[in-house]
Design a protein around this ligand. Structure first.
Ligand SMILES: Cc1ncc(COP(=O)(O)O)c(C=O)c1O
Length: 347
């Protein structure tokens, strides 16, 4: 039940952590009434609106529930506090990696509506803006269906790339639309990037030890809310990591697919925003936030753009035009709210 904070906590987050701590310690028991908003704001010297925001956050986390005309109560079945998984112990020497059959099964099970997809980090469909996306897709098909029944340029829809650049600005990344390539999900983006900087048999790593001992072709990293632990790397560590890679002339591929799923005022900064001169390649997609089925991802490859494009031609040639057009429209309406925390949540 720990409230994870990425930057300096806001007052309401501190208050929420305080109350969550009372639940953790058993001071507030499941089913019991939480202190009233008035009481907690007085006791903790916070404004009423701060207290309300803190309780709403706890409601979102399933720790408190609001009962009409009665106040806030600790949920009867608090989320089980799971043990922190043990740190993995990767072998000291590089080993070959392959897509395990288990992964294929997991992905197959994830599309079975009779099963809860616990093995895949996919958003619950009820949380997605499905109706709005349906309308955009239908309108794009009705009004311009013929125009979209073409190959788009390998880089992707120009207007969508422009919008992706505007969006990247929010977390401090100054991209040019010319360097952005729209891909079929983040999976294609990662694959293209790996093919651009590495050959089969090369070592892909993230350890100072490996960098000293081996020739490493690239590092592949998810620095924000990584899967499965949900850890986020602090900015100072990111900068240290970039300095290490620069010393060894190793490019960094950043898979930032979970970076948009944040609470609080600011999303964590990607590596490229902290040091624009570093040799980083960025990729992400809307799969965890808005539309996994649309298969819209993107990458920003900087100096590797040409090589990535050649790989793109060989892999899918172009990303479907219609879903790009639908995503572009919903961007304009829905995603231009700079400070709004993202509504998506993982199920
Ligand atoms: C770290 C990471 N990258 C990429 C993906 C796949 O993204 P996409 O659906 O955009 O291909 C996943 C899916 O779970 C993931 O966890």
């Amino acid at each position: 039940m720990t409230i994870v904070q990425t930057e300096r906590a806001h007052r309401y987050e501190e208050l929420a952590s305080f109350v969550a701590g009372l639940v953790d310690k058993g001071t507030l028991r499941p089913g019991s009434r939480a202190p009233s908003l008035r009481r907690i704001s007085r006791d903790r010297r916070a404004s009423l609106s701060t207290a309300l925001k803190a309780y709403q956050l706890l409601e979102d986390r399933g720790i408190l529930e609001a009962r009409p005309r009665s106040g806030y109560y600790v949920t009867r079945r608090p989320a089980a506090s799971l043990d922190i998984p043990a740190l993995s112990q990767p072998p000291g020497t590089p080993t070959s990696v392959a897509i395990a059959a288990t992964v294929l099964n997991l992905v197959q099970y994830a599309s079975d509506p009779r099963l809860v997809p616990l093995g895949c980090a996919v958003p619950s469909p009820e949380l997605l803006a499905a109706g709005q996306l349906d309308r955009f897709l239908a309108r794009a098909a009705r009004i311009k269906g013929v125009d979209y029944n073409v190959y788009t340029a390998p880089k992707g829809d120009a207007a969508l790339r422009q919008e992706l650049c505007r969006r990247a600005l929010r977390c401090g990344q100054g991209w040019s639309p010319e360097d952005v390539v729209v891909t079929c999900g983040c999976t294609e983006a990662v694959t293209l990037e790996l093919k651009a900087v590495a050959r089969p048999g090369d070592t892909i790593a993230a350890l100072a030890h490996a960098l000293d001992q081996k020739s490493v072709a690239a590092c592949l990293f998810s620095s924000s809310f990584n899967n499965p632990l949900g850890c986020t790397m602090p900015d100072a560590k990111k900068l240290e990591f970039l300095r290490l890679l620069t010393r060894h002339s190793v490019p960094l591929i950043e898979d930032d697919i979970y970076g948009d799923i944040f609470f609080g005022a600011e999303r964590p900064k990607p590596f490229g925003a902290l040091d624009p001169a570093a040799n980083t390649i960025y990729c992400s997609s809307f799969s965890k936030t808005i539309a996994p089925g649309y298969r819209i991802g993107w990458l920003m490859a900087g100096r590797h753009t040409q090589t990535v494009l050649q790989q793109k031609l060989a892999s899918t040639l172009a990303t479907p035009a219609l879903t790009q057009a639908a995503r572009r429209s919903s961007f304009l309406r829905r995603l231009r709210q700079p400070s709004a925390p993202h509504p998506a949540r993982l199920c």
